[in-house]
Design a protein around this ligand. Structure first.
Ligand SMILES: Nc1ncnc2c1ncn2[C@@H]1O[C@H](COP(=O)(O)OP(=O)(O)OP(=O)(O)O)[C@@H](O)[C@H]1O
Ligand SMILES: [Mg+2]
Length: 227
C-alpha cells in the first residue's frame, strides 16, 4: 500500500529577532512529509527548533518563508479565518503542560475546541474520556486530578474535533515513567483503533525507539527522517 502524505512542509525557514540587528535563524529550510496513520517523533537538542516547527506545522505560527501543503493547498496563503478553521478542524494539539482551564471541569475542557466550532458533542466527549480511561472523573476540576490524568484529558481534548493530525509537544515531559508509559501506550492504542496520525516532540528515548519514524532536527535542518 502506498503511504498517503497528509501534510508537507517545504523549505520552511524561521528566525526570531534577538536584538535590533540580529535575528536567530532557527529553522533553515525544513522539508518534511507526514504520512497518514503514522506516529512520527521529532527529536533534537534543546533549542533545536522542535517546538517552533510543531507550531508552524499546526499553523499556530507563520514561518519567514516556505510552504505547508494540506489537501493540495499552501496553508500560508490562507487568510486568518481560514487558518483558524484548519487549526480547529484538522489539527489536535497536546502541549507539554496540559493547559486545561482550571475553572471548567474535565468534560467541559474536552468540549472547548468543539464549542469553538459551534458544536457540543457531549456523548463523543464522554466516549473519548472513556477511551483515555478517565470517564469517572468527567465532572472533576483539573485541580482535582493528577498530572498524568490531566495529560489524558488533554489528549481527549485534542481528539474532540476528529482531527486529521495530532501534534504533541513533549506530552510525557512532565510525567513520571509510569504515567509517561501509560500516555505512550494510549497514543499507540488510539492510532491502532482510529488510525490517527501523530507527530510528537519527545526527549523520551523509549518512545522514540518504538515509533514509526524518527525525525531529527540539527542546525536548523532535518538530518535523518527517511523522507
Ligand atoms: N518567540 C521567540 N523569540 C525569540 N526566540 C525564540 C522564540 N521562540 C523560540 N525562540 C528560540 O528559538 C530556538 C528554538 O526554540 P524551540 O522552542 O523551538 O526549541 P526546542 O527544540 O523546542 O527546545 P526544547 O527541547 O528546549 O523545548 C531557541 O533558541 C529559542 O530560544
Ligand atoms: Mg520545545
Amino acid at each position: 500500500m502506498t503511504k498517503q502524505v497528509i501534510l508537507e512542509a517545504i523549505e520552511i525557514k524561521k528566525s526570531f529577532p534577538i536584538s535590533k540587528d540580529f535575528r536567530l535563524k532557527v529553522l533553515k529550510g525544513i522539508n518534511l512529509k507526514i504520512y497518514e496513520g503514522e506516529i512520527a517523533v521529532i527529536v533534537g537538542k534543546s533549542g533545536a527548533g522542535k517546538s517552533t516547527l510543531l507550531h508552524i506545522m499546526g499553523a499556530l505560527d507563520k514561518p519567514d518563508s516556505g510552504e505547508l501543503i494540506f489537501k493540495g493547498k499552501n496553508l500560508f496563503e490562507l487568510n486568518h479565518k481560514q487558518l483558524a478553521k484548519f487549526r480547529n478542524e484538522e489539527i489536535g494539539f497536546v502541549f507539554q503542560f496540559h493547559h486545561l482551564l482550571p475553572e471548567f471541569n474535565v468534560i467541559e475542557n474536552v468540549l472547548i475546541p468543539n464549542m469553538i466550532l459551534g458544536k457540543k458533542e457531549k456523548d463523543f466527549a464522554l466516549k473519548l474520556l472513556k477511551e483515555v480511561g478517565i470517564e469517572d472523573r468527567a465532572n472533576h476540576k483539573p485541580s482535582e486530578i493528577s498530572g498524568g490524568e490531566a495529560q489524558r484529558v488533554a489528549i481527549a481534548r485534542a481528539l474532540i474535533n476528529s482531527p486529521k493530525i495530532v501534534l504533541a509537544d513533549e506530552p510525557t515531559g512532565n510525567l513520571d515513567t509510569e504515567n509517561a508509559n501509560a500516555i505512550i501506550e494510549l497514543i499507540f492504542r488510539l492510532r491502532e483503533k482510529f488510525n490517527y496520525t501523530f507527530v510528537i516532540v519527545t526527549h523520551n528515548e523509549d518512545f522514540a525507539k518504538n515509533c514509526d519514524r524518527i525525525i531529527k532536527i540539527s542546525d536548523g535542518v532535518i538530518v535523518n527522517s527517511n523522507q
